[in-house]
Design a protein around this ligand. Sequence first.
Ligand code: UT7
Length: 335
Amino acid sequence: MIRSMIKSTGRYLPENKVTNQNLAELMDTTDEWIVQRTGIESRYWVKEGDDIGTSDLAYEAAKIALERAGWDPNELDLIVIATMTPDVNVPGSGVFLQDKLGAKNVPALDIRQQCTGFLYGLEICDAYIKSEKAKKILLVGAEYQSRYLEVNTEYRDTAVIFADGAGASCIEAIETDDDAGFITSIMHSDGKYSQALRAGLPARKSGYAIDPTVIENKEHFPFMDGKTVYKLAVTRLPRITEELLEKANMSIDDIDLFIPHQANLRINEAFRERMKIPKEKIYNNIERYGNTTAATIPIALDELLENKIVKNGDTIMFFGLGAGLNWGGVIYKMI
Ligand code: UT7
């Protein structure tokens, strides 16, 4: 039977570390507020003035993953990039990444699923592999969000949360009779909540492609109705977990490690308490990286593999919720 296996991973964070104290010098906020409400202590932002785009962050993470897999970029059957902060509006960041890698004529696909981008990406890669359309896929989640942020008191709710970074995985088709690798996934979307987390640049519904009123009304900066998104997360993440476990015919004890999207430590703690999961069975790193949207899960996975926190035979669950509204989860057994 053909299964999808994560063969290797890589991550890249820009060098410029931004602490809560640094932000407190730029707006009315405190380290205490940020730590208490989000769990974040520091994050990485591309240094102002650095002439790079999201695909450069993706490239650095991808290089590591490809090297660890021992793959030449030209061997790839597909490149998938999940980002909500593409280098430019058109074309997608996938082709920039493909060009930087020198992966000649390899198809490059962008997906725009925000916080669940990597999860949707995993599901897409598995579908390509199971349908025998691809054997070797590079999947990257990358964000350069700091360039979209308004760093002032008015926008302090988003400014303190969002961050830059990239995580990459090489996903390979393998033949095995074992129930291993990608086990199952469920994705959901609910456009009714599309206004709860949004950014308006550059398109609009009518008139000029770039309407000055979008800028005047500051619709180009991310807007987040944090309370609504928070409430949706703490109710829907437990539900998706139950759906996934039922689909996989597993119980919660069969999962060795939960790897949630890193949006807010309080969301992940509320999830853990609701599901009665011991602390050591859930992985968080938001304190060091902030919310890197499509990159949170692949960055976490890379850390877990590097530090040998997950090992062969472990069953893990990736899950998350974010702008869209999109939410979903993947169960994966390490091989
Ligand atoms: O990955 C994408 C998906 N996004 C999420 O999952 C985000 C979900 N939501 C959240 O994480 C939280 O709602 C936030 C962290 C964004 C906000 O936390 P909160 O506990 O919901 O705070 P709040 O919005 O209710 O604001 C409470 C107070 C307000 O002041 P007043 O009106 O009570 O005087 C805010 O103006 O905290 C104020 N506030 C801040 N104060 C200091 C908001 N942001 C800040 C800040 N520093 N950075």
